[in-house]
Design a protein around this ligand. Structure first.
Ligand code: NAP
Length: 311
């Protein structure tokens, strides 16, 4: 099978289009013929070796954690999927070796969900990692209807899904982005804030009539996390996916590391898509062979929505 893999950690020049054997299939595993695979910033981290202390690895390491495709074969114990089914999932395994930037990948069946009917493979591939991160983070802060939610990095892969899931929960959502993305955020239902605005807190107070945020989802970290803390009310809840937040008086803080879950995808993401409450925005797609070009755009740091490879 074709695969985008590395034999050593490093820059984009380490990416190679290789011909490799398909991964082995466990009794509870699904072999997926990958049709589309989304990029995520973690793919850059893996390529550079920044995840090598967190996960055992075996070279060549095939990159990619998101996939949508068609079930090619199932292990003897699998009951939810059969060959020919269209499935999608966040495919992070416990070891770095078999990623999704390849013609085939295998994962435990519990990682996958049946694809929403009206989605293309590209759209489905854009959803799992970012959508699950958004959903699980909003569960962590327990976002409820009527609450004020502040989102940092609101136009990115995760952020634009947090905004939509927050709106779907009936929250009043504000999100930071550069001015070029403010119309995009408005379309998604969020009040846009410029992360470079020195008067951001004042603008926030004007917008809410003086109320603080009940919850914050920090997808950017650093100075953005400080901006999130600055708008919180006493007793607010803040989750970050970027930097574990230091404890602060009066704010409940948590760090999230997203878990693969076919259940969450099938129960919380798929139905929202059918209802029209969630739609992935895809900035650009490339064929598998152009993975290095796609990664260069990702590393630019200003992606709107998602980038996707097609196979
Ligand atoms: N812990 C976890 O489980 C988990 C899961 C997923 C992702 N992550 C991490 O979370 C981060 C976001 O992931 P992602 O997939 O959303 O990344 P992404 O799609 O690459 O995010 C790009 C977005 O960042 C925004 N941005 C750039 N500079 C900014 C600034 N100074 N302040 C606020 N926003 C800024 C950009 O908006 P403009 O173009 O408008 O500037 C762009 O829309 C990454 O670091 C990723 O590794 C962690």
């Amino acid at each position: 099978m074709r695969a985008i893999a590395v034999n050593e950690w490093g820059g984009r020049d380490k990416l190679e289009l290789m011909e490799l054997d398909p991964p082995p299939l466990a009794p509870d595993g699904v072999l997926l013929r990958v049709k589309a695979a989304a990029l995520n910033p973690v793919d850059v981290g893996i390529r550079e070796g920044r995840m090598a202390n967190a996960f055992p690895h075996h070279f060549p390491v095939i990159l990619g954690w998101d996939a949508a495709g068609v079930v090619e074969a199932v292990g003897a114990a699998v009951t939810w999927f059969k060959p020919g089914d269209r499935a999608y999932g966040y495919c992070r395994r416990h070891e770095l070796e078999y990623g999704t930037f390849a013609d085939f990948t295998t994962v435990p069946e519990g990682y996958l969900a049946h694809m929403p009917e009206d989605l293309t493979f590209e759209q489905a591939a854009a959803l799992p990692l970012a959508g699950l991160t958004a959903h699980q983070g909003l569960e962590i802060v327990g976002l409820r209807g009527g609450e004020y939610l502040f989102v940092t990095g609101g136009a990115g892969g995760v952020g634009h899904m947090v905004v939509q899931l927050g709106v779907a929960r009936g929250a009043r959502v504000a999100a930071t982005a550069s001015p070029a993305n403010h119309a995009f955020l408005r379309e998604l239902g969020a009040e846009p804030f410029d992360y470079h605005d020195p008067d951001l807190l004042e603008r926030w107070r004007e917008w809410t009539g003086g109320a603080g945020a009940d919850a914050a989802f920090d997808a950017y970290g650093g100075e953005s996390q400080e901006q999130a803390f600055s708008v919180m009310r006493k007793g607010g809840r803040l989750v970050s996916i970027r930097t574990p937040p230091e404890p602060r008086a009066g704010v409940e803080t948590r760090y999230e590391f997203v878990r693969p879950s076919g259940y969450d995808l099938g129960e919380h993401i798929t139905p929202l898509i059918a209802e029209g409450g969630l739609a992935p925005h895809i900035q650009q797609t490339w064929p598998l062979e152009a993975a290095a070009e796609a990664m260069e755009v990702l590393e630019g740091g200003h992606v709107r929505g998602k980038l996707v490879l097609t196979l």
